[in-house]
Design a binder for this molecule. Structure first.
Ligand SMILES: [Zn+2]
Length: 236
């Protein structure tokens, strides 16, 4: 199977500023190289993940870091602006994401799997599922017009691969270096690597890319599963 990304518009909907790097940036880069328009919507501000030596105005710092990473990728960046730990699948947050989806007009959304570890990832998963359905409903009014049809939806791998059963793998070997450069933009987050209660993110990202690559016979891969549901599944 070969994926063709020409004429696609791919939007990753993630909870935190560095989640796209860890789980789907290689696929976004490959989609862009294949002719797609790409975007990243970060729902939380990244305001609470403080390293041992606290950073002033952390949300503003992390905003700059995600802008730098998105620039490297050539992705359009959208912000949910919700506080860390504050994501919930409820009407006002759905409406905000519906409007972002209507602005970008994705044909494919990449979203957290609901079995991922972090409560914000789980809430982001449910929000993405709901908003990527209602964005095509004219009765759900926001500033921008409704999409003609709901985008396809792929669930992303979980952090450290726990409980995630891949449906397929995307070969991102050619983009492993770019993923690392993007992750390096998140300096305030990487500063937490030395904390006992956090993990070294670069090691985690490399390990996961190689493990998924080993499972699929390439140097580096990202794993996904299609959202199998009425009107949500497409042939690729
Ligand atoms: Zn996260």
């Amino acid at each position: 199977m070969k994926l063709h990304f020409a004429n696609e518009r791919v939007l990753a909907v993630v909870a935190h500023p560095d989640d796209a790097e860890l789980l789907c940036a290689g696929t976004l880069a490959r989609a862009k190289a294949g002719g797609a328009a790409i975007g990243i919507c970060v729902l939380c501000q990244g305001d609470k993940g403080q390293p041992a030596k606290p950073i002033k105005n952390l949300a503003a710092v992390r905003r700059r870091e995600m802008q730098a990473a998105a620039r490297l990728l050539g992705a359009e960046l959208f912000h949910g602006g919700f506080p860390d730990g504050g994501l919930a699948d409820e009407t006002s947050q759905r409406r905000k994401l519906v409007e972002i989806l209507r602005q970008f007009r994705p044909t494919l959304v990449l979203a957290h799997a609901v079995e991922d570890y972090h409560p914000d990832h789980q809430a982001a998963s449910r929000l993405a599922e709901a908003a990527s359905w209602f964005c095509a409903s004219r009765a759900h009014r926001t500033k921008s017009p409704a999409l003609p049809t709901p985008p396809a939806l792929w669930w992303m791998d979980t952090i450290e691969m726990h409980r995630f059963t891949p449906g397929f793998f995307v070969d991102v070997s050619a983009f492993a270096g770019l993923k690392e450069k993007m992750l390096a933009c998140h300096r305030s987050q990487l500063a937490r690597g030395a904390d006992g209660d956090f993990s070294p993110l670069l090691d985690l990202m490399r390990l996961q890319s190689r493990a998924r690559g080993a499972q699929s016979g390439v140097a580096a891969a990202e794993a996904f599963r299609q959202h199998f549901a009425f009107k949500r599944t497409r042939a690729w």
